[in-house]
Design a protein around this ligand. Structure first.
Ligand code: NAP
Ligand code: MG
Length: 405
């Protein structure tokens, strides 16, 4: 290659990871990024053993670097569980999920969106554009307490203020065994969630929908609706300038509208709704291997990654010397998302353009029927599809990329 490499100004935060995705990470950099971009990154190895060696300080350092530099790209990582503790006896602790640690340091919201291709149609036939789900990741039923009682009686809910003042409501009087649950959320967390959503809608120039059940939970869900309305005031002018809208509706009405829509918007959901709806939406769009995930902080700091895990089963085959057909699309799009964002922030048109060309080269490859095994069975239009290995797939993308540049 004689062409000069594309220059960067500010480094990206690069968080390496585990297993099969770590192998893909290396291939993507080697084949699709380094030959074309004079890549500048601050590298953090979040591989499980390095997290262990640093007593997980590396995860905190990577999150702090992301705050400082504004944009990160992350590889999937192992969250240790009991089985992993046996698999890696050198682990000194069951280290927490890196994603959880990073999310709480950045106080961010996760946005998940599918990558759509012409030859695979969503199960919902009128969906033409991606639907991005934003899930609030704090509180509600995920931080609730439960109680089972056996005798007749009354349950009350009491808040005891630091000042000593108390507020009490009766939950219910019952005449036999009953179950109870106490939930909470924090205004500060709802506010950060709202800001991340408005910010990401502006960044991606998409409408923002938000749904709760405030007709039933008048105070609880009413608080979510109120905070969103209040925060929207600060973003309204930008929304108008971009011609995008903020739309609030009840969750049941939202479900009906989403199914009838053609997509192309962000759907902000409370914690439980987001848990359920993101599985529904990603399944209807096709493959987990085609889902991207973006963590956005209220100040606009952004971290890009694939929504899937480290693809352990494929890694064990790889270790035995087998060539696997693991789909690198979501990981490639994490890189293009981060490079594009870096280009936008630093005013580097060439870098922004490169991200678009690399994505284009991925689509060129898929449109010719060259794809990984997970996608072949989903193809319902266009060129006959054939499965190739990850290496062959990435080589084909590189060929198409060189044609485009
Ligand atoms: P996974 O890695 O997402 O894989 C589950 C299955 O989905 C795979 O066995 C494979 O199915 C299919 N799949 C996922 N991604 C694919 C891809 N790119 N190409 C082709 N097929 C793909 O989930 P997991 O096995 O439950 O978790 C493995 C590890 O990942 C765990 O240690 C977990 O902690 C971690 N994890 C990390 C993150 C993250 O860092 N963001 C997220 C989730 C899980 P087939 O085997 O049928 O081909
Ligand atoms: Mg779920």
């Amino acid at each position: 290659m004689t062409k000069a490499k594309i220059a960067m100004k500010t480094p990206l935060v690069e968080m390496d990871g585990d297993e099969m995705t770590r192998i893909l990470w290396g291939m993507i950099k080697e084949q699709l990024i380094l030959p074309f971009v004079d890549l500048k990154t601050e590298y953090y190895d979040l591989g499980l053993l390095h997290r262990n060696e640093t007593e997980d300080r590396v995860t905190v350092e990577a999150a702090n670097a992301t705050r400082r530099l504004g944009v990160a790209v992350k590889c999937a990582t192992i969250t240790p569980n009991k089985q992993r503790m046996e698999e890696y006896p050198q682990l000194t602790q069951m280290w927490k999920s890196p994603n959880g640690t990073i999310r709480s340091i950045l106080d961010g919201t996760v946005f998940r969106a599918p990558i759509l291709i012409d030859s695979i149609h969503p199960v919902v036939k009128n969906w033409k554009k991606p639907i991005t789900i934003a899930r609030h990741a704090y509180g509600d039923v995920y931080k609730s307490v439960d109680l089972y009682t056996t005798e007749p009686g009354e349950c009350v809910l009491t808040f005891r203020g630091q000042s000593g003042a108390e507020q009490t409501v009766s939950v219910q009087k019952v005449d036999g065994p009953a179950v109870w649950q106490g939930q909470h959320n924090k205004e500060s967390s709802i506010r950060s969630f709202a800001r991340s959503c408005f910010q990401y809608a502006i960044d991606t120039r998409q409408d923002l929908w938000f749904s709760t059940k405030d007709t039933i939970a008048k105070v609880y869900d009413g608080e979510f609706k109120r905070v969103f309305e209040e925060e929207f005031e600060g973003y309204k002018a930008d929304f108008e300038k971009l011609g995008i809208t903020y739309f609030y509706t009840l969750i049941d009405d939202a479900v009906a509208r989403v199914i009838r829509s053609e997509g192309g918007f962000i759907w902000a959901c409370k914690n439980y709704d987001g848990d359920v709806m993101s599985d529904m939406v990603s399944t209807a769009f096709g493959s987990l291997a085609m889902m991207t995930s973006v963590l956005v902080a209220p100040d606009g700091t952004t971290e890009y990654e694939a929504a899937h895990g480290t693809v352990t089963k494929h890694y064990y085959k790889y270790l035995k010397g087998e060539k696997t057909s693991t789909n690198p699309m979501a990981t490639i799009f994490a890189w293009t998302g981060a490079l594009r964002k870096r280009g936008q922030l630093d005013g580097l048109n060439d870098l922004e353009n490169f991200a678009g060309q690399l994505e284009g080269a991925c689509f060129d490859t898929l449109n010719r029927g060259t794809m990984t095994k997970d996608l072949v069975g989903l193809v319902d239009e266009g060129a006959p599809a054939h499965a190739v290995t990850s290496e062959e797939f990435i080589a084909a993308i590189r060929e198409n990329l060189e044609k485009r540049l």
